[in-house]
Each structure stands twice: as C-alpha cells, then as structure tokens.
Design a protein around this ligand. Structure first.
Ligand code: SME
Length: 147
C-alpha cells in the first residue's frame, strides 16, 4: 500500500474504516500476521478492529503493561525483533516472534495504536516504521473525536 493510496473512508463509519485497513494490510503483506488497533481509554488500551487467524486474550491492556503499554508511555514506535527476549512482552500467540507498535496521535494526543505481530524474528524494520507511522497519521486525521 502506497502512502498516497490509503483506502478512502467514504461510505464507512470510522470503525468500519479501521477494520478495513487492518484487513487490507494483512492481505497485502504476509509478514503482518496479526494486526490490531487499540484505542486508548484513560489508562487502558482497549482492542478495537483486528485482523488475524486467532483472537487475543489481551483485549484490555493497562498502559503500565506490555509492549503496547510501553509505546504509549514512551510516545513512540517500538520494534521488538524477538519477543522471547523482551520482558515487557505480553504473550498472545505461541508462534509470534516479532512485534511493532505504532502510536496514533490526534489533536496532539495519543488516541490509540497499531499493533502488529509477526512469525519471523526481526520481521519489522525502518520501512515498516515509516509506512505504519504514515498510516497512523492518516488514521489520526480521520478520527471523528471519539471511538
Ligand atoms: N504483545 C502485546 C499484547 C498484544 S498482542 O500482541 C495482540 C504486548 O506485549 O503488549
């Protein structure tokens, strides 16, 4: 997916749009094994739309926990090459090896994040970061003010 060619929101609610983005990205890139968007509700990340072969038990994550929480606390993208070596990691799927978490900002605040799990170690790098930060920016621009 090119930055300038994100699918358009016309005719969809914001939630439907975020769901379509998750489905679309997963189809486009097999490295993106599980993709979810968490909304930030107070001090908790709540799972919204997701695309993957399995549900996660982590549908609510306090910002003090997990790689997901760390991305909010540090207000930056986090890439983990090998989740088995990261003590922050909250395990969801037995075969996950790498993870990238990208905060979504709107109106100068973090409103949520994109979380992607991969099956290979070191699956995600600078190109993913650049692309997903552009996507997160795009999602933030579409945000209607509430989830
Ligand atoms: N692994 C994440 C939890 C969410 S699942 O990957 C879907 C974490 O450590 O925060």
């Amino acid at each position: 997916m090119q930055h300038e060619a994100f699918p358009q929101i016309e005719g969809m609610t914001f939630r439907e749009y975020c769901q379509s983005l998750c489905d679309h990205m997963r189809r486009l890139d097999p490295r993106y094994d599980w993709i979810g968007i968490y909304w930030l509700e107070g001090d908790t990340l709540a799972l919204g739309p997701w695309s993957g072969s399995q549900e996660t038990e982590h549908t609510k994550i306090p910002v003090c926990e997990g790689i997901c929480g760390a991305a909010v606390r540090e207000a930056k993208t986090i890439i983990v090459d090998d989740v088995r070596k990261d003590s922050r990691y909250l395990s969801c799927f037995f075969d996950t090896r790498s993870e990238i978490v990208v905060p979504i900002h709107a109106n100068g605040q973090i409103i949520g994040e994109i979380d992607i799990d991969g099956k290979e170690t070191g699956a995600f790098g600078r190109r993913d970061q650049t692309f997903l930060e552009a996507l997160a920016h795009h999602i933030g621009e579409q945000w209607p003010g509430q989830w």
